[in-house]
Design a protein around this ligand. Sequence first.
Ligand code: AKB
Length: 316
Amino acid sequence: MKQEKILIVGACGQIGVELTLALRKQYSNNQVIASDIREEHELLKGTGPYLTINATDIKAVAETVQKEGITQIYLLAALLSATGEKMPMKAWDINMNSLLQILELGVEQKLHKIYWPSSIAVFGTTTPRQDTPQKTIVEPTTVYGISKYSGELWCQYYQKRWGLDVRSLRYPGLISWKSAPGGGTTDYAVEIYHEALKQQKYTSFLSENTYLPMMYMDDAIRGTIELMEAPIEQIKSRMAYNLSAMSFSPKEIAAAIQQHIPDFTISYAPDFRQQIADSWPQSIDDSAARNDWNWKHEFDLQKMTATMLENLSTHK
Ligand code: AKB
């Protein structure tokens, strides 16, 4: 089998930066080509090859696959839930067309593997909100959620019809200090740490008791690589796997921050994102991922809060 060569599409986003760095450690710098429509992220500079590629420009993606002998694609480019509600058609175009074109390319070019992220946004108001099971009622109410659920069905279709090895995870809200999120409903849980250190206060756009599933980025990156490296017979779901670590509300994350910064205060001014959050699960049952390929999270709210505050204070 030829040596793996990975193309990351959307490498400068919140997940992309850290995943690129982790994959470059796992493989080698030159085996992992990062690409994005944006300028190269500061943290990627000097760590390996970088190309400017628009995720929906399939000609550019296909040329790169052929020229570089790509065997795996991680397609991370997407508009998230809050931005998606402001630009529904653009979100659908970016989220769906990039995926469908890359799935086709995967079959044509006999790619070994494709990774594509899904989200807890696939679930809607009719889904059980506590310990949401892997298989349950799925009626997303946002454009982002609709695109993620449709995408999961397409991934499953390409695997069953063409044997394409596409793998996927339903990420909860992701919290990281290296690269910023953008346009998500769970972004408050990143902003709050920055503001706690800068101004000792934060106004949350979600109400105090809004519980959502969340995860520290190190866990998400390790989970993604573990899923992608797992032997094929362990991948029993070709819809995206539920993935879970913790669940908390704005009030609880504020209390965790106050243990480090006693003067920190939080206030609440819910906006249109509240309705999105209210349509999502409060906690997730990820036993399928734990049983099939041994997923296990490491960070809880306390450990994540200590790590976030320490890293944000030292890397200003
Ligand atoms: C968002 O808030 O839109 C994302 C997600 C949960 O997929 N972080």
